[in-house]
Design a protein around this ligand. Structure first.
Ligand code: NAP
Ligand code: ZN
Length: 355
């Protein structure tokens, strides 16, 4: 077992517990490890799903759970064999901290599909034997292969959410060929959705946002949408039928997926990145008529995550964030459930020093 030291963190002790301060063990950096002082960590809806054990049928939560996989910080120490980073560099960590590196997926830089991939939190910890702990913490130790470079011109609080919300929307849009001349729908203007709008716009697509929140209309247009549809208005929905090449669904809760599949043109694809707790009912005829496809996509591989960060550096793209101290994390979770976030909470980890 590796030797360890103590870090400060916020954790949930059980599915109905609030997040509260805790001391956790982190490993001493091995020769390929990077020790990062965490400056900002975004709050992803997946943190909330996991903390409340809403995905128990697929990924049961081990407690205490320290969430957080949108991490930006500064390197404070590196192991003797580290070549990509030095002390003082900016560094970022997303949803993964390890994989087997030998399978076909890893060899293609698609570590997110590796059967032996280690998630940043709630995975078995190969080094210390317990469970991995995420970024609601003052520091983290990660193998350099899973650490990313942050373009120095980006605002750091806004860059943190790129590590999950960013890559999770960039990757499928690149895979399914979102580009100039395509009509692209984005369903749900939350953390993921607002990044999808920015990327689809930057890739040159015609972008339509579907939202349940009429008060987000002006923001959607400002973020890069060409049209906004209030999804509860049936006549507005009807006008869009059969017209989309691609739709990205980033909704966190139960909703009528068929209402969106019906908006695809022939051979169009709808990709689910949103991961509601309960299965969604799919009407066969929504897919059959129009030979449409329904797909899903998880985060993105390490090389593509770096590509996305570099793309953001070139296009000056970051998340729109509300920066909060860690003491407000529980309140932020309550607000996420009310779709009351514009458009990502980013925790200023300096607030953990006073805990
Ligand atoms: P979020 O910020 O809470 O945004 C979710 C949005 O969904 C809300 O802002 C709201 O948008 C819409 N929404 C919420 N409840 C709804 C309802 N009952 N009916 C219709 N629309 C509703 O969440 P997020 O962090 O972007 O995450 C979104 C989902 O993606 C979560 O399930 C998360 O776990 C999942 N996720 C998946 C991956 C992956 O790898 N595939 C990665 C990260 C996150 P409007 O107000 O515009 O309607
Ligand atoms: Zn996430």
């Amino acid at each position: 077992m590796a030797t360890s030291w103590n870090a400060k963190a916020y954790a949930a002790a059980g599915p109905t517990a609030s997040l509260a301060p805790i001391t956790i063990a982190r490993r001493e950096p091995t020769e390929r490890d990077v020790h990062i002082e965490i400056l900002y960590c975004g709050i992803c809806h997946s943190d909330l799903h996991t903390v409340r054990d809403e995905w128990k049928s697929v990924m049961p939560t081990v407690y205490p759970c320290v969430p957080g996989h949108e991490i930006v910080g500064r390197v404070t120490r590196v192991g003797s064999a580290v070549t990509k980073f030095k002390s003082g560099d900016l560094a970022a960590v997303g949803c993964m901290v390890d994989s087997d590196r030998t399978c076909g997926d890893c060899q293609h830089g698609l570590e997110q599909f590796c059967a032996n991939m280690t998630l940043t939190y709630n995975s078995p910890d190969k080094h210390l034997g317990a469970v991995t702990y995420g970024g609601y913490s003052d520091a983290i130790v990660v193998d350099e292969r899973f650490v990313l470079h942050v373009p120095s011109q980006l605002d750091l609080a806004g860059a943190a959410p790129l590590l999950c919300a960013g890559i999770t929307t960039y990757s499928p849009m690149r895979h399914w060929g979102v580009t100039k001349g395509k009509k692209v729908g984005v369903v749900g203007l939350g953390g993921l959705g607002h990044m999808a709008v920015k990327f689809a716009h930057a890739l040159g697509a015609y972008v339509v946002v579907f939202t349940t929140s009429p008060n987000k209309k002006d923001d959607a247009l400002r973020l890069g949408a060409d049209e906004v549809v209030i999804s509860r208005h049936r006549d507005e929905m009807k006008k869009q039928r059969g017209s989309f090449d691609y739709i990205l669904d980033a909704v966190s809760a139960d909703h009528d997926i068929n209402a969106y599949i019906d908006l695809l043109r022939r051979d169009g694809t709808l990709t689910l990145v949103g991961a509601p707790e309960k299965p969604l009912a799919v009407a066969a005829f929504s897919l059959i008529f129009g030979r449409r496809s329904l797909s899903g996509s998880p985060i993105g591989g390490i090389p593509e995550t770096q590509e996305m960060l570099d793309f953001c550096g070139t296009h000056n793209i970051t998340a729109d964030v509300e920066v909060i101290p860690i003491q407000k994390a529980n309140e932020a979770y309550d607000r996420l459930l009310k779709s009351d976030v514009k458009y990502r909470f980013s925790i200023d980890m300096a607030s953990l020093k006073s805990v």
